[in-house]
Design a binder for this molecule. Sequence first.
Ligand code: ATP
Ligand code: MG
Length: 421
Amino acid sequence: MKRLQSLRGLVDLLPEQTSLWQFIESIARTHFRRAGVNEIRTPLLEPTELFARGIGENTDVVNKEMYSFTDRGDRSCTLRPEGTASVVRSALQHNLLNQGSQRFWYSGPMFRYERPQAGRQRQFHQIGLEFHGYSDPLSDVEAIAIAWDLLIDLGIGRLSLELNTLGNATDRILYRKKLSTWLLDHVNQLDEDSRQRVHTNPLRVLDSKVPSTKTLLVEAPILTDELSEESYERFSLVREGLANLGIPFIINPRLVRGLDYYNHTAFEIVSDQLGSQSTVCGGGRYDGLIEQLGGSDTPAIGWALGVERLVLLLNQKSIDLKPSSLDFYIVNQGRIAQSVALTLAQQLRQLGIKVELDNSGAAFSKQFKRAHKSNCLKAIIIGDNEVNQKQLRLKDLQTDLPEECYSIEAFLSQVTKSLDS
Ligand code: ATP
Ligand code: MG
């Protein structure tokens, strides 16, 4: 019969890969704990309207990339394409913002119907941070610094922080006009998608990944020239804050983010080792979003890391993440011996000892081979002879020392004693 395959762009993570993921997650958790950032977990499925309203109707994510369907109760549902809108929804639903400003982090799968390639999947994973109720430019600096430190601690080098400001709403209206005019003058040189966007969402054109459009845009007017004094001052304070922390950055005046809700600070952390999927972390300020989703006017800033891209970078470094060794491998054969071995494994595991139980029933020699290949320090051997004597044999797998013989009871009490001391 034909074997089933996973859907295109949805990837299995096999046991040999998960230790690297756990490593990334544990470093991230440590950094969030240190910075007083609390975890929030929201559903994978949300009302479609949340993303349509939150991310913006004229974005690629909402127009082309969402996994949406109508459920049996006739509601339009969407698998979350990103985390920010859900975190805002949840904070509002549970009135968390009435209790003062909030610092959240989340992690988990996101879904976007994109063209799968290295570093781009249809189910991918993000680790993200959101600060709600923070307006000071130094909170932008703090948020960026948490991402930067985390990446450095993971051992990822050759990263650069690209920084821009999207100004305030008025700055963007002025800029939009200027940019639209320029784009209309060059419309024949734009790619198909960008041509459409000139009318619907001209700023999005700056986010184009099409090489010819990218080259053309080098000549386009930049938003920095339209900044109000207040926005300019704010941007200066962010740059100054980063410089004071010794975090290097470059200004990229063409950096806009793929989602509509950003204003003022926008940033990406980019690697030169990832080909065209180069952005490892993206984020920025989204002061308008909370109000747009029904809350009061609340400033906010956040970012999200793409875990698959981190994994690609860490795999290139081939860091050694052998799982910690197990304590015992139980070799056993014979009906009763198998049941005694299972009981012993359970007793040891309840004491917190790591045990691998061979339940193949294979010949002792085969089981021994596997014990040596395993990650265990010692083998416990139980056969019919041992069962009759209520005994077990113990063999050190690291040395040639001879086996030792123990009564099962004495062995258990010795293990318990060694745990107590
Ligand atoms: P890109 O420009 O690469 O499409 P984006 O601007 O759409 O990224 P964000 O929505 O800001 O990305 O998401 C933050 C991060 O999540 C990205 O920087 C990237 O590392 C990761 N990411 C986004 N989409 C995908 C995907 N389809 N597959 C794997 N990782 C992704
Ligand atoms: Mg994208």
